[in-house]
Design a protein around this ligand. Structure first.
Ligand SMILES: Cc1cc2nc3c(=O)[nH]c(=O)nc-3n(C[C@H](O)[C@H](O)[C@H](O)COP(=O)(O)OP(=O)(O)OC[C@H]3O[C@@H](n4cnc5c(N)ncnc54)[C@H](O)[C@@H]3O)c2cc1C
Length: 432
């Protein structure tokens, strides 16, 4: 029987990060991924605050080589005559993180996984975990099957679920729930010959609001443009079988996106993903922990998924080591992991749930740095979500401005709010 200290299920950014750092600390780590890398994955826009994590992993140079330099995020609103506003990361409260990258995830994830292997993790690709026995005494039993369908078993002292939106453990334990306050679906593809932004702005992500949601345009280093639309699930239900055509039809709903794409050619087949907003109210157990998307994902609007996934991987290490070393402070370490995991999601969720409201569009299209509010918003956009209280007051003032804006044009905002039909309240304060 194969044995290890820690078995990580999933080789995305969360799984690769945690396995690398635990292997470096001398633990015997096995990682199983159902796919063969490199493989396509959505989530190509990264945040500045992930760069210190790349340094910690020792992959910064490699990411730099495959990455398109991103200095900020451009917001374009057809409800403001197609005006655009760019938020540059250099304007954030902490000036030390002015850039990020846009990457092909196939390359990015492959670098992270190879790095983990180089640092000592035993990596098995095309190895799908099919069952785990969390009740077994002492060592946990994990069953997987290889690409030929042959079953293979491992025993591990600790299991890390990094299975992303597959949410392996949360589904097994019945703790994965759809987000009641936010429902979104996405349709996306890659294109060539899309008009790029000029000069230093070339690598910036562009966000376009339109009647059915919003578009992203993410420029990649080889001239490719990743274009996707995030819409209500009901809109995407009408997509039929021809996804390529549905994406083109959706694009025609935004004059500004259409203009940039007048000579565009699709280079890969269009993909769609159904309602992906969910959370698990269980994050950590006796000998297992959920990291990255395996426990929650809300929405891609702030390009925060990879950053949250890698950060949760780093935060989980204390819990795993405290468990394996039998530290007396284990309970407080677990509580701290849950608190931190919810903190980032909570900050983001308030903004995400309201991002398509006219009041929010108005604030984003008219940035003002009164009392450092714009700096705080930029810090959030850069992924600065975990340093306690550093931007809380400013974000609170932003919220007041939002509610004032809402009231001033209440008919328009109330109509948009009712169409979205959420019970707007963050649900990341539930106990986990
Ligand atoms: C439409 C859309 C757009 C997005 N855009 C962005 C963006 O621009 N920027 C950003 O930062 N984030 C974005 N995200 C989010 C981002 O994709 C995720 O947050 C990120 O990939 C999470 O990393 P992870 O390691 O937790 O999971 P993943 O990257 O999903 O990795 C999970 C891994 O687990 C493996 N796995 C799953 N089940 C099993 C199993 N049973 N056995 C073995 N292996 C298994 C999978 O093969 C996969 O390799 C977007 C998400 C969506 C839906």
């Amino acid at each position: 029987m194969n044995q290890c200290d820690i078995l990580v299920i999933g080789g995305g950014p969360a799984g690769s990060t945690i396995s690398t750092l635990l292997s470096e600390k001398g633990w015997k780590v096995v990682l199983l991924d159902k796919d063969k890398h490199p493989r396509f994955h959505i989530g190509e826009s990264l945040l500045p605050l992930s760069l210190p994590i790349f340094d910690k992993l020792g992959v910064r140079d490699q990411i730099e080589k495959i990455g398109m330099l991103k200095r900020g995020a451009e917001f374009v609103s057809q409800y403001h005559n197609g005006a655009n506003v760019t938020y540059y990361f250099k304007g954030a409260k902490d000036k030390n993180h002015p850039i990020a990258y846009q990457v092909r995830r196939a390359e990015f994830d492959h670098i992270l996984l190879s790095n983990s292997r180089d640092k000592g993790t035993q990596v098995f690709e095309e190895m799908r975990v099919t069952d785990v026995d969390l009740d077994s005494n002492g060592m946990r039993l994990i069953t997987a099957e290889n690409c030929n369908g042959d079953p293979i078993e491992w025993k591990a002292r600790y299991i890390v679920d990094a299975t992303g939106r597959d949410s392996f453990l949360a589904k097994k334990l019945g703790t994965r729930k759809n987000n009641r306050f936010h429902k979104s679906s996405a349709i996306f593809s890659h294109f060539e010959n899309v008009e790029r932004l000029q000069g230093e702005d070339e690598g910036n992500i562009s966000i376009y609001w339109f009647d059915n949601g919003w578009f992203w345009m993410i420029p990649l280093v080889d001239g490719t443009m990743s274009v996707g639309a995030v819409c209500t699930p009901s809109y995407l239900q009408n997509c039929g079988k021809d996804l390529d055509k549905f994406l083109w039809d959706t694009i025609s709903g935004s004059p500004d996106v259409t203009r940039r794409m007048k000579n565009a050619k699709m280079t890969i087949e269009t993909r769609a993903t159904g309602n992906y907003s969910y959370y698990s109210d269980h994050l950590v157990g006796e000998n297992h922990i959920l990291i990255g998307d395996s426990f929650a994902f809300i929405d891609p609007i702030f390009s925060s998924g990879v950053h949250l996934a890698m950060t949760s991987a780093i935060n989980a290490i204390d819990v795993i080591e405290a468990t394996l070393n039998g530290t007396p402070k284990l309970s407080s370490t677990k509580r701290e992991y849950v608190r931190k995991s919810k903190q980032g999601l909570k900050t983001l969720s308030w903004f995400i749930y309201r991002m398509t409201q006219p009041a929010m569009r108005n604030l984003f299209m008219n940035p003002r740095n009164i009392f450092g509010i714009e700096e705080a918003v930029l810090s959030m956009l850069a992924g600065d979500l975990y340093r306690k209280n550093s931007i809380d007051i400013q974000l609170f003032l932003f919220k007041i401005l939002y509610y004032i804006n809402f009231c001033v044009r209440w008919k328009e905002n109330w109509g948009a709010y009712k169409r979205r039909k959420p019970k707007v309240k963050d649900n990341f304060s539930m106990s986990m």
